[in-house]
Design a protein around this ligand. Structure first.
Ligand code: HEC
Ligand code: HEC
Length: 260
C-alpha cells in the first residue's frame, strides 16, 4: 500500500514535469510531422510512403515498446542509424505520428492479387527474385514486400526501376556499401561488364552480373569504372505491362507478408 502511494506520487511528479515541458515545446499541432519531415523523410519518403527505407504508412508489426526503441536507437545493423539524441517527449510525439501514418491512410489497391500472381509468373520475375523460397537471388527477396513498401512505391519500382532505391530491403551490406549499386567496368579490350558491386578496395573491385557470375578486376587493368546509382539492373516494365496487369501485379506484391 505504502509502496503504491509512493509510486503514484513519483508518477504524478513525472507527469507534471512532462506536461510543463510539453506545454513549452510540443503542444503545437503538427510537431510530429515537423520532426518526421526533418529527421525521417529523407529515408522513409514523403508522409512515410517509402523511399530508400521501407514505407511506414501502413499498420506496423512493431508494438509500442519496439517502435519507441527503433526511434530512439535506430536499427544500426540494418541500415537505420540512430538519427540523433532525442528527448522522451520527442520519441513519444514521433511514435504517435508514425502510427497516424498507417491509420486509415493505407493506400487502396485496385488490382486483383491472384491475377497478379499469374502476371508475375508469365513475366518470369522469379528469374531474379525470391518469393517464399522460390526464384533467383540477383534482386532483393520480395516475400515481405507488402510489409515494407507502399503500393505506389511498388508500382514505381516495376515501371521505372532506378527511380526508387532498394537499400533497406536487407539494410546495407556488412562492409557498409549500399546494396544494388550498379557498376559498369570497361576492360582494356573494350568489352563491358555490368553488375552489382559486391566489394571494393583501393586496388580491386568485385561485381556480380545478372547471371550470378562473380568478377574481380584490378583497377589498374581496366579502362573505366563507372558507378551508376539510379540506373537499375532490373529491366523497366513500363512498355510490357497493360495498366490492368500493372494493378494486378502491384496488388499481388502488396499482399506479400501482410495478414489477409
Ligand atoms: C538513414 C536512413 C533512415 C533514417 C534517417 C530513418 N530511418 Fe527508419 N529505417 C531505415 C531502414 C533502412 C529501415 C529498415 C531496417 C530493416 O531492415 O529492418 C528502417 C526501419 C524503420 C522502422 C521499422 C519499420 C517496420 O516496418 O517495422 C521504423 C518504425 C522507422 N524506421 C522509423 C523511423 C523514424 C520515425 C525515423 C526518424 C526519426 C527514421 N526511421 C529515420 C532507415 C532510416
Ligand atoms: C534481371 C533481373 C530482374 C528481373 C527480371 C526483375 N527484377 Fe525486380 N529487381 C531487380 C533488382 C536488381 C532490383 C533491386 C533494385 C534495383 O536495382 O532497381 C529489383 C527490385 C525490385 C523491386 C523493389 C524491391 C524493394 O522492395 O526494394 C520490386 C517490387 C521488383 N523488383 C519487382 C519485379 C517484378 C514484378 C518483376 C517482373 C515483372 C521483376 N522485378 C523483374 C532485378 C530484376
Amino acid at each position: 500500500m505504502k509502496a503504491s502511494i509512493r509510486v503514484c506520487l513519483i508518477a504524478a511528479a513525472a507527469c507534471l514535469s512532462a506536461s510543463v515541458a510539453s506545454a513549452q515545446t510540443f503542444t503545437q499541432p503538427g510537431e510530429g510531422k515537423r520532426l518526421f519531415d526533418g529527421l525521417c523523410q529523407d529515408c522513409h519518403g514523403t508522409n512515410g510512403a517509402g523511399d530508400e527505407a521501407p514505407a511506414l504508412n501502413h499498420p506496423l508489426a512493431a508494438d509500442d515498446a519496439t517502435l519507441h526503441k527503433i526511434i530512439r536507437d535506430g536499427i544500426p545493423e540494418r541500415g537505420m542509424p540512430r538519427v540523433r539524441r532525442m528527448t522522451e517527449e520527442e520519441v513519444n510525439v514521433l511514435a504517435a505520428y508514425v502510427r497516424t501514418l498507417g491509420n486509415g491512410k493505407t493506400e487502396t489497391v485496385a488490382g486483383n492479387a491472384e491475377r497478379g500472381r499469374a502476371v508475375y509468373a508469365r513475366l518470369d520475375c522469379s528469374s531474379c527474385h525470391v518469393i517464399n523460397g522460390q526464384g533467383g537471388a540477383f534482386g532483393p527477396e520480395l516475400s515481405k514486400t507488402g510489409q515494407r513498401r507502399a503500393p505506389s512505391w511498388i508500382r514505381q519500382a516495376i515501371l521505372d526501376p532506378g527511380s526508387v532505391r532498394s537499400k533497406g530491403v536487407q539494410g546495407i551490406l556488412q562492409n557498409g556499401f549500399t546494396e544494388y549499386l550498379p557498376v559498369s567496368v570497361v576492360e582494356k579490350g573494350g568489352s563491358e561488364v555490368r553488375g552489382f558491386r559486391v566489394n571494393e578496395d583501393s586496388f580491386t573491385i568485385q561485381l556480380r552480373d545478372a547471371s550470378g557470375k562473380l568478377y574481380s578486376f584490378r583497377k589498374n587493368d581496366v579502362t573505366n569504372i563507372e558507378k551508376q546509382a539510379g540506373r537499375s539492373l532490373m529491366p523497366p516494365y513500363r512498355d510490357r505491362l497493360t495498366p490492368a496487369d500493372t494493378d494486378d501485379l502491384v496488388a499481388w506484391l502488396y499482399s506479400l507478408g501482410r495478414a489477409k
